[in-house]
Design a protein around this ligand. Sequence first.
Ligand SMILES: [Zn+2]
Ligand SMILES: [Zn+2]
Length: 388
Amino acid sequence: MAEEIATPSGSADGVDRCPKCGASDVVQLEDQHQFMCSFCRHRWGFERLDEAMGLSEGIADLTGVSYSTAASDIVSDDALVTLKCDGCGSEVVVDTDRTLQARCHWCKHVLSLNNRIPNGAVPDGILPFSVTREQAMAHIQRFAEERRSFALPAFADTFTPANVMGVYLPYMTVDGNISARLDGIGEITRRTTHSKEHGTTYYVDRYGVTRMLDIEIDDLIVESNFEKANIRSATSTNNVINAILPFDVKNIVRFDAHFLGEDYTSQRRDMDIDEAEGVAANHFMTVARGASEASVAQYRRGVRWESEQLRIDGVRWTSVLLPVWLYGFVENRKGTPVTHYIAVNGRTGATMGSVPINTRKAAMLAWGIAIGVSVVTWPLGFAMLVAS
Ligand SMILES: [Zn+2]
Ligand SMILES: [Zn+2]
């Protein structure tokens, strides 16, 4: 039942040339919708991923697990990929943990990786930066200023917004054809009485409430790097990234390494679909709870869901890179380094950070509440995908 959707082949790996004159120096224009050859000034556009792969269609008909070529399981840990430069024949190494482009030291051609390699580094799509470095620096500056009074002195003293880096972080997008069933108790207040003796008394009617929903979910995004998903790393407050969501995923375009250029780095996907499914299921359940809200409005005192069941009839996965400006600061907490980030959404400018706190000045910071899911049924095809 697991079905692979072919990722269209990208521009050539190796020297990726201007279609008109063959030069390899390509820049992305400010308006974000075209590349331009630095040599002959020829311009060409790029294609939206949705259109290239038909990803907005057929969600209601999804059954089992579908995934793009670029989202298929990682079979190699090797981050270093060697390309043969077709300008001069030398071998050029690309460190895919950081980027998907490198310049040949000998002939200065730019070499790009645009097609699937077994280490998960090349995605289906990319959402180009539209917030500039200067704008990101201003957002970070404002964020840090507002929190200066309770930040650690070491953070406040060394804060330099110029140290901001543009990073493309790996995510999976997932479409879901799901059914959810929620069972719980809804309450309506009929009347209240007040007395000196007993204070306020509420007379409440209680109802058993059940909601069954069929939902199509389009382009949910899920982290696909363990460090960012905060699964393996206890020493990093990376959940700040979740706070700068959402991204305008409909504007994701077909991947081309030219988007990285020399200005941005990228991080490699290191999670497979079976490792990202739990997070996706949580997101699906959150969507289902939200979708039920309008239909339980009559229970004005609220509804407490006591059982939640989620059946995932079909899912479709692709892999993408999303743009984030990051400012990092390492705090030495009793001998253990803890990395803090201020992150700026590279599309919307939304800013969030974990400024190291002087605990004597600030009482408490809470990041959010984890949401549990009672029952998740994945399609049968999933087991087959994992086993094969
Ligand atoms: Zn050209
Ligand atoms: Zn060369």
